[in-house]
Design a protein around this ligand. Structure first.
Ligand code: ADP
Ligand code: MG
Length: 689
């Protein structure tokens, strides 16, 4: 019989009652394959359904539980449109509730006159006669989805809350082996954390608000503790590895060859990197600087320094457009210093690619610039000593390590324009040293920013005409709009909007279009044409967000600005104000939402990327950084860093204390912890150094 089956955390979810092939597929989309995955699938929020309210006290528009008795036999059947409708009247002392069930014909026989049920749903109707549509129905005493604090899960097509809740309930009941506790006992006790079994039970089905708080604290702590351990171990490992050997070189020759004097912050970043590279250990440095702060020159300085020491440099950009732009900037500059550069991207032609590969392998190229194509197996370096990644947050740790394997732990430098609040940088880049470029090149002007509504449209169009008449260019960015839960087709939406602008609004101007669905080569052509002044207005999605330089563009217009995150808006704004002419950013939004107004005000008040990201963190939470997984770190499932910062500090300290006592986690009682940290860092062998 089935009760003889041994079920554990590795059991496939298909063994759960109610989970067939189709639902298993849906669960898989959420990353759930086994019972273990199921119980580690934490709710995104909780809803208190402990209390039932009298029907009379239901508030229209709000969800609530009522306990009511079915007063008449359910009636109904087919209705026009091929649907079915079953209607039931239920009453409690002093209240009447009329319930409609659409496409749930079985309610006709499953609900019985004279019996009492718990109904949970959104109330509507008048005081004398309240209504509910498709409420949850449970019998008293057999409640799973009502009468308690309910978990609310993030769902995907083909699943509903009760399917997932029931599956999780079974997972918890049937997992014979409780998950092993990765927290060492002494840590658990010192920080007053509950047992793991209690935590799993109560994070899904809290016995009380207090139990939920305890469970969450435990899981959040554990998650941040694991991450802290992992990052400390990465750092420790790097500190014992040997890096490509470099001796100090006078940087004056490099500085003197530049067309401008570097800012103090640029020189500091270069000198910090050079110090790392001469330390004997592999450099692992993040260079953070606002858009336009001149990070490319830091990359150039480091590549020049590596070349002086006989090492090759690989510079990776997230897009082909950017790679090409770097190549065009750096190649002539470094040629004057006797260095050879090459460009290698996905669209490099076969013959050229072969030649570049051969030259790289023979060491005839000092700096190779490209996209992820630099990572493919057939790219061999003669002496790869330095790897620079631009806009690192778009590359994952995994990609970083692929490259790392191509050389003998090469020096790595990461350039990022995403100003990350210090608190977050501590975790995201916990294994990196950080240089901050907090100074803009001289003569750079502030981009004046205004937030306006549709009323301003006419004047804006006039302003666009004026900019173009003065010989300047304009970016117009529009967001992808969701309609009926589906994201618009990017190509269609942007193309249609550009067509509208060209035909109805700016018939006398040249409008071009750029969107993410284009082939890299197409994108590049459009971007190059715009940079060369062949069009006046570039209509695009956020694909222009990343680093392309068009100094002649003086106006950035963002449509439906409320749909973008602050950091993203700041990034977009950074596309203008790169030349000598005065530049503007116009944020269009008709949203009256108070938070939106506040966010847009942050944009009009400051140009400081760090301030903006701090505000973004306060207003939106770290979803932007963690949700999108752009940083390449493991996803945080329990922790929410907008409110769990205290726990983070605590967990970090606990991790450091533990590692000070047992640096490689070799003590037997740390076995579970060691295995989990290794898995987290995707070190297949389970060893940590
Ligand atoms: P980002 O940090 O956004 O990558 P870039 O490296 O693209 O910035 O630099 C932005 C612009 O500023 C480029 O046109 C570059 O030539 C110029 N620039 C960089 N450093 C200086 C400097 N010290 N003085 C003047 N212009 C500079
Ligand atoms: Mg850049």
């Amino acid at each position: 019989g089935s009760e003889m089956c041994i079920r554990d955390r590795t059991t496939d979810v298909r063994y759960v009652k109610g989970i067939g092939e189709a639902r298993a597929k849906s669960l898989e989309k959420l990353g759930i394959r086994t019972l273990g995955d199921l119980i580690a699938y934490y709710p995104m929020r909780w809803e208190d359904r402990t209390r039932t309210v009298p029907v009379r006290e239901l508030i229209p528009g709000e969800y609530a539980c009522v306990r009511a008795t079915v007063a008449q036999d359910p009636r109904g059947g087919r209705i026009p449109g091929g649907r079915t409708l079953v209607q039931v009247r239920a009453v409690d002392e002093g209240g009447v509730l009329d319930i409609s069930f659409f496409n749930q014909e079985y309610r006709k026989t499953s609900l019985h006159k004279g019996e009492t049920y718990i109904f949970y749903g959104k109330a509507d109707g008048q005081r004398q006669r309240r209504t509910m549509v498709n409420p949850l129905v449970e019998r008293e005493g057999q409640q799973l989805l009502t009468g308690r604090i309910m978990p609310i899960y993030h769902l995907t097509a083909g699943l509903n809350q009760s399917t997932v809740a029931r599956a999780v309930r079974q997972g918890l009941d049937e997992c014979g082996d409780l998950p092993e506790d990765v927290l060492p006992d002494e840590v658990r006790r010192a920080h007053q954390l509950c047992y793991i079994g209690f935590a799993y039970e109560n994070v899904h089905f809290p016995a009380s608000p207090e139990a939920l708080a305890l469970a969450r604290r435990r899981l959040v702590f554990e998650e941040l503790f694991l991450l802290s351990c992992g990052l400390s171990l990465l750092r420790a490992r790097r500190e014992t590895a040997a890096g490509p050997v470099c001796r100090a070189v006078d940087m004056a020759a490099f500085y003197d060859a530049l067309p401008f004097a570097l800012t103090g912050a640029q020189r500091r970043a270069i000198e910090q990197s050079v110090a790392d590279m001469t330390s004997g250990r592999p450099m692992n440095r993040l260079c953070q600087g606002d858009v336009g702060s001149g990070k490319t020159m830091v990359a150039a300085g480091c590549a020049w320094f590596a070349a002086q020491n006989g090492w090759q440099t690989a510079l990776m950009a997230p897009t082909e457009i950017l790679a090409r732009q770097h190549y065009e900037t750096l190649s002539p500059l470094l040629a004057r210093l006797g260095m050879t550069c090459a460009l290698l991207t996905g669209s490099t032609r076969a013959r050229e690619r072969r030649e570049t590969l051969a030259a790289l392998a023979e060491g005839r190229i000092d700096l190779c610039i490209g996209t992820h194509a630099l990572l493919t197996e057939d790219v061999q370096y003669h002496r790869l000593g330095l790897v620079i990644t631009d806009e690192q947050h778009r590359f994952g740790v995994a990609q970083r390590s692929v490259l790392a394997h191509k050389g003998v732990s090469p020096h790595t430098l990461v350039l990022s324009a995403t100003p990350i609040p210090r608190t977050l940088a501590l975790i995201i880049y916990g294994d990196l040293e950080v240089s901050v470029i907090d100074e803009l090149p001289p003569g750079r002007q502030r981009v004046d920013t205004v937030a306006v509504g549709e009323k301003y449209r006419q004047r804006l169009n006039g302003f666009i005409h004026k900019q173009v008449a003065e010989g300047h260019q304009v970016f117009i960015v529009c967001p992808l709009v969701e309609e009926n839960g589906e994201t618009q087709d990017e190509r269609k939406a942007v193309t249609a909007y550009a067509q509208h602008l060209q035909q109805q609004v700016f018939p006398d101007l040249r409008v071009s279009v750029l969107h993410g669905r284009m082939k890299p080569r197409e994108k590049e052509k459009v971007m190059a044409a715009f940079a060369a002044g062949e069009s006046d207005i570039l209509v695009s999605t956020t694909v222009v967000e990343v680093g392309v330089d068009v100094p002649n563009a003086t106006l950035m217009v963002v449509e439906n600005a409320e749909r973008f995150g602050l950091s993203q808006l700041h990034q977009l704004r950074g596309r203008v104000g790169r030349g000598k002419a005065k530049s503007w950013c116009v944020l269009l939004s008709d949203s009256q939402n108070e938070e939106t107004r506040r966010r847009l005000k942050v944009m009009t008040d400051t140009n400081d990327g760090f301030k903006i990201s701090e505000e973004d963190l306060k207003l939106r939470g770290p979803g932007d950084f963690f949700g999108s997984r752009q940083h390449g770190l493991p996803e945080l499932k329990a922790a929410d860093l907008s409110c769990d910062m205290r726990t983070l500090d605590e967990a970090r300290q606990a991790a450091e204390a533990l590692l000070a006592a047992d640096p490689s986690l070799t003590a037997p009682e740390h076995g579970p912890l060691r295995r989990r940290v290794a898995a987290l860092l995707e070190m297949k062998d389970g060893t940590l150094n």
